[in-house]
Design a binder for this molecule. Structure first.
Ligand code: ATP
Ligand code: MG
Length: 238
C-alpha cells in the first residue's frame, strides 16, 4: 500500500526567552493510506506537537513532512490552509465546536469552503449527523448537548468533507467508558468504510486496540512501533 504521509528527521524546538524545549527530535515515520495509527505516550512526550505539525497547524524547526507528495514544510500559510481544506479533518479533545452555531451549522461549516450550494451542504450535514446518531439534535447548540454528543458532532464535522486524512488528539479524553467505545467505533468504522487514514493521539491504552499500528512516543522520539494483529472489531466489548 502506498505511503500517504512521510515524515523525515522532524525536529521541533520551542524557544522561550533563553530556554529551549526540544519537543520532537529527529522523528522519522511513514503512514500508509487507509491505515489507523495510534500515537501513544506519556504527557509531554511530544504527541500533540507531532500531530499539529502533520496537520499543518505548526511549522517544524527542521525536517520534512511529505503528504501525497506535497512538502508541507515548504508551503506558505495560504497553501497550508488550502491543503487542510482539501485533505484534512481534525477531532479535538475539547470538541472545539463554534458555540453560537447549531450542530447542523457546525457540521456544514467545512463545506462552505468547497463552494457547495447551501441546500446541498445542509443535506450532507444532516446525513452525517444522522450517521453519528444525532439526527434529532440538528438545531441544538453545543451548550445544549452532552460531552459525548458534542464529540459526535465534531466527528461529523471532521468527516463531512470525506477528507483523506483525519487527525484526532485525545478524542475520548473527556468521555466515560461507554461513550469512548461509541466514539471509537464511529471513527474506526467511518475510516474503514471510506479507506481514510486516521491518526489518533492518546494516552489511553484501551483505545489503542482499535488501531492497525501503535507508535510509542517518549521524550520527543519514537520508542517503538507495534503492529496490532488482533485489531479490535467494531461493536466488540472493550
Ligand atoms: N507552544 C509551546 N511553547 C513551548 N513549549 C511547548 C509548547 N507546546 C509544547 N511545548 C512543550 O513541548 C513538549 C511536548 O508537548 P506536547 O504538547 O506535544 O506533549 P503531549 O505528548 O501532547 O502531552 P499531553 O499528553 O499532556 O497532551 C512539552 O514539554 C511541552 O511543555
Ligand atoms: Mg497533547
Amino acid at each position: 500500500m502506498e505511503n500517504i504521509i512521510e515524515i523525515k528527521n522532524l525536529t521541533k524546538i520551542y524557544r522561550m526567552g533563553k530556554e529551549k524545549v526540544t519537543a520532537l527530535e529527529n522523528v522519522s515515520l511513514c503512514i500508509k493510506k487507509g491505515e489507523f495509527c495510534c500515537i501513544l505516550g506519556t504527557s509531554g512526550s511530544g504527541k500533540s506537537t507531532l500531530l499539529n505539525m502533520i496537520a499543518g497547524l505548526e511549522k517544524p524547526s527542521k525536517g520534512q513532512i511529505i503528504i501525497k507528495k506535497h512538502h508541507l514544510e515548504k508551503m506558505n500559510e495560504k497553501q497550508v490552509t488550502k491543503f487542510r481544506q482539501d485533505y484534512v479533518g481534525f477531532v479535538f479533545q475539547s470538541y472545539n465546536l463554534l458555540p453560537n452555531l447549531t450542530a447542523l451549522e457546525n457540521v456544514a461549516m467545512p463545506l462552505v469552503f468547497s463552494g457547495m450550494a447551501n441546500k446541498k451542504r445542509n443535506n450532507i450535514a444532516k446525513e452525517m449527523l444522522s450517521a453519528v446518531g444525532l439526527g434529532d439534535r440538528l438545531h441544538h447548540r453545543p451548550s445544549q448537548m452532552s460531552g459525548g454528543q458534542q464529540q459526535r458532532v465534531s466527528i461529523a464535522r471532521a468527516f463531512v468533507s470525506r477528507p483523506q486524512i483525519v487527525f484526532a488528539d485525545e478524542p475520548t479524553g473527556n468521555l466515560d467508558t461507554k461513550t469512548t467505545e461509541e466514539v471509537m467505533d464511529l471513527m474506526s468504522g467511518m475510516t474503514q468504510k471510506h479507506n481514510q487514514t486516521l491518526i489518533m493521539v492518546t494516552h489511553d491504552v484501551e483505545t489503542a486496540v482499535y488501531a492497525d499500528r501503535v507508535i510509542y512516543f517518549r521524550d520527543g522520539h519514537v520508542e517503538k512501533i507495534e503492529v496490532n494483529n488482533n485489531k479490535h472489531k467494531q461493536g466488540e466489548e472493550l
